[in-house]
Write a protein that binds this ligand. Structure first.
Ligand SMILES: *[C@@H]1O[C@H](CO)[C@@H](O)[C@H](O)[C@H]1NC(C)=O
Ligand SMILES: *[C@@H]1O[C@H](CO)[C@@H](O)[C@H](O)[C@H]1NC(C)=O
Length: 425
């Protein structure tokens, strides 16, 4: 009897990993089947943001209060274990909306990134959700800080920067709007449309976050090292920080005047044997270099000098706005050293505008993992070489609109601190 029982326990223990594995598969599959909003008419160009934020889960006052407290406390998790931030340590900032399934993969990839124990991870949220917060609090492999965009639609449910009942409807004609005397009647965008609050949040959040980190947050407002920008649906290669540090230490040799280091790439061919140690030097361009890029305070000061133009450009995309000021406002455009073979991948196919064939499963993540696995011998190059690129003609792309309301312009610019620290070279 006893012996049989023992046997059963033994076989159960053997089966246990298998059960867990299938359970995880089911879980992941279910997560990926989450419904996303259908494409809108005025669909975002290059990232995924427009899932309705659920406010029903938590009380608005609870959210407001929690945000206020957390932003004031600025608690850095695991600092006892990993020590304080040093001048040239890398900070990784992740802008988080609400896609927990992608964020889980990103965190998993960061855990495998060599050198992560020296980094500070900052998660910047525009949705207060205890599931996200708990997931992030469970990170044990480096220092972690969470900050919360205080002006989110979750908090401002019926006043600016959220939607206001007195706002003009998007598709109304200006003459009608003026007759109606709706608040923003004077400011239709380039295409004659009026503001939609939910499309403005990402650019506001992005700009609030970058100002907050460089100029306000205690632990970072004097930081001189590099800050790497990621989003919740990115995935990191294990040598991401290794390559970034190679770029930084070889800056003089590669490109003395470069401002930005780009670790992401939208390439579909992953020939690491050929390209793992290659970089190219180009003007920073939104459609090529908006994923996994890093810069330091010197570049921030350049960008900041054009903050007004950034905030007034009629485009609700932060990256197209950044490209605009780079080409039209800065004394010299932002120039980037960029990898040929990506060290940051985009896994968020199931967003707003890609209802692609890979939606509904985690094929893309598996593909990235497979790529990294078969290429593992080529990762961690010991040096970088520059690949000559053909001279490309940069034509400014068409403005996307959605950002013509004077309230957005002023609110965006309000986050800029009018004091500039310089960095010793
Ligand atoms: C941040 O810095 C300010 C000004 O020096 C100080 O009053 C405040 O206590 C600091 N907060 C934290 C959490 O360190
Ligand atoms: C960062 O600075 C420390 C000393 O302050 C130095 O030992 C280390 O090599 C530096 N790291 C890089 C990547 O420059």
């Amino acid at each position: 009897m006893r012996f049989l029982f023992y046997l059963r326990i033994k076989s159960f223990i053997k089966l246990f990993p298998v059960i867990i594995f299938f359970y995880s598969l089911c879980y992941v599959w279910l997560q990926f089947n989450d419904k996303h909003l259908p494409n809108g008419e005025n669909e975002p160009q290059n990232y995924d943001l427009v899932e309705e934020t659920s406010t029903s889960v938590y009380d608005v006052n609870f959210i407001k209060e929690s945000i206020e407290i957390k932003n004031r406390e600025q608690i850095i998790l695991n600092s006892d274990k990993f020590g304080s931030l040093r001048a040239n340590d890398t900070i990784i900032v992740i802008q988080v909306h609400n896609r927990i399934q992608y964020l889980t993969f990103l965190i998993e990839s960061l855990k495998l990134t060599v050198g992560i124990e020296k980094a500070l991870l900052i998660f910047s949220h525009d949705v207060f959700d205890l599931r996200l917060n708990n997931l992030i609090e469970s990170i044990d492999f480096c220092k972690v800080l969470q900050i919360f965009y205080p002006y989110s639609l979750q908090v401002f449910t019926n006043t600016f920067p959220g939607p206001d009942v007195k706002d003009c409807p998007r598709n109304i004609d200006k003459q009608q709007a003026l007759l109606m005397k709706c608040i923003n009647a004077e400011f239709p965008d380039t295409y004659g449309h009026y503001r939609e609050a939910r499309y403005t949040q990402t650019k506001h959040h992005w700009f609030w976050k970058i100002n907050h980190i460089f100029d306000y947050l205690n632990v970072t407002n004097g930081h001189t090292g590099f800050i790497l920008f990621l989003e919740e649906d990115h995935y990191a290669a294990p040598d991401m920080l290794h390559v970034l540090h190679l770029m930084i230490s070889n800056k003089l040799m590669l490109c003395e005047t470069c401002d930005v280091f780009t670790l992401g790439s939208y390439t579909k061919s992953f020939n690491y044997a050929l390209n793992a140690n290659k970089v190219e030097i180009q003007k920073w361009s939104s459609s090529k270099h908006n994923m996994g890029f890093a810069f330091n305070r010197n570049s921030w000061n350049k960008v900041k000098s054009c903050a007004k133009k950034f905030c007034e450009y009629d485009d609700y995309n932060w990256d197209w706005s950044l490209q605009h000021i780079s080409l039209k406002c800065l004394k010299t455009p932002l120039v980037t050293v960029a990898v040929i073979a990506p060290r940051v991948f985009h896994i968020g196919e199931c967003g707003v505008h890609h209802k692609g064939k890979n939606c509904g499963n985690n094929k893309l993540v598996l593909k990235v993992k497979r790529t990294l696995s078969v290429s593992r011998n080529y990762l961690f190059p010991s040096s970088l070489t520059q690949q000559k690129v053909s001279k490309r003609v940069y034509k400014m792309s068409k403005v996307n609109g959605g950002w013509s309301d004077k309230r957005d312009h002023q609110f965006c610019f309000k986050h800029v601190k009018q004091v500039t620290r310089s960095v010793p070279h």
